[in-house]
Design a binder for this molecule. Sequence first.
Ligand code: BYC
Ligand code: FE
Ligand code: FE
Length: 472
Amino acid sequence: MSINYDERIPNNVDLSSDRRLKRALEKWLPRYQSWWNDVGPQVFSTNEIYLRTAISTEAGGWANFDHVRMPEYRWGIFLNAPEKDRVIPGGDDAGKPVWQTVPGEHRNSLKRLIVTQADTEPASVEQQRWLASTAPSLYDARNLFQVNVEEGRHLWAMVYLLQAYFGRDGRDEADELLERRSGDVDKPRILDAFNQPCTDWLTFHCFTCFTDRDGKFQLGALAESAFDPMARTCKFMLTEEAHHLFVGESGMERIIRRGAQLAKLDPNGDARNQGGIDLQTIQKYINFWFSYSIDLFGSEISSNAADFFASGLKGRWRESKDYTEHSALNQTRAVTQVQNGQLIDTHVPLRNAMNEELRESYAKDCARVVRRWNKALQSEGVDFRVTLPSTRFFRRQGIYTDFHFNREGQLIDEATWEANKDSWLPTESDRAYVQSLMKPVHEPGKIANWIAKPRRGIHGNDFDFEYVRTDS
Ligand code: BYC
Ligand code: FE
Ligand code: FE
């Protein structure tokens, strides 16, 4: 499906044939633009950046790169082509035709899911708005901006659903999405991880690696929805998400590799003495962001999750491809719970454990990434290995919230937690140290000392290509 760029809002949904919707979206457009100018990228905000723009939703539709000023980026509405005779992948109505409109009985739940998904997109742009002022290279600044403009487009993807299918309520929600602010005490973003500060590049790469990866799995679950327009929107968003995950995974690998190299250079094996980030500190940031991202899957035992699955609003990861049994009835899932001060293996009806199912798919994907980082450490010849903490460690959502666990997931008392938490999570002084390294390197071909150069540039260009035209 090719995309029509002749219209004010580029789209492949034949927007010009729906005057009401077109008018509503065109009314929202200037609000979006002023939100972008107020709390979007604050550095190089009007410079020419080497960005990709989708020209079609087919494979290869992404191969369109050019220098663009971000406020002139063409945000639009792009859905994957409809799948012929698509049926509901999972739940009570599995196998029946998918919905092209919203059934009244599911309206509120669906709206809540869409608003929650939508809210994360502008939140991440707000969190990252000052980062370019300390970019370790123009290559990295460009990647940050690519992620930012696409998160902006993800907001468009969700606002399209709200305005096209939820009438006046949907328009109100679309406005409120531009009013909440990441980290604001009075009107914060909905989910915890999106209210955390992101003021350094180790955090940015942890965030794109672990938190954007929640996006991959949640969008994957919504791509298995009975509500076909949402499934098609999410499928296209997933192709954008792959680049965000590349930025996070490869960015972390470059920081880890450089940390190992600088430790080897130092007589005392201390990367900090050489102006780098030591592997122990990197491990603490991983502990923090993995745990915050794990929280985004909601509670291990959740009647919301059971309802979403039963009604077909969400599926499991690759529900239609990897499962043959789609009701998830008369099955249980083992969930470890705390009872009388001990960890006990219990069995929970599978539908109620759907958040846990998705979390497990996510955690496996994270483990695969960590194995790749450890290969890099091995090739640098150092013994240190990065690990993921237990999914019980440092939780603020779900059944483990009220207890303390060590990194291995064993129940510990408060005194043990207090005695160890500074060796598990970034301390104020770790954060201050990492922040002290954040000095801009805004010259083509140059890179900060604490991160390795990428193996290759973007779209066949060299590392020293002018990814950001600093004088434009
Ligand atoms: N923080 O039954 P529960 C992305 C709330 S990331 C704060 O445990 P449920 C991106 C929950 O809302 C993908 N609150 O969970 C990444 C509920 O509140 P209400 C985002 C939380 O409902 C990087 C209550 O606790 N997409 O795209 O089964 C950059 C009990 O709920 C949290 C989605 O999330 C939390 N971490 O599932 C840019 C998909 N966790 O309703 C973008 C849509 C739970 O009682 N959302 N709560 O007031 C969903 O599917 C579900 O809402 C959740 C929660 C999975 C988030
Ligand atoms: Fe996104
Ligand atoms: Fe993303």
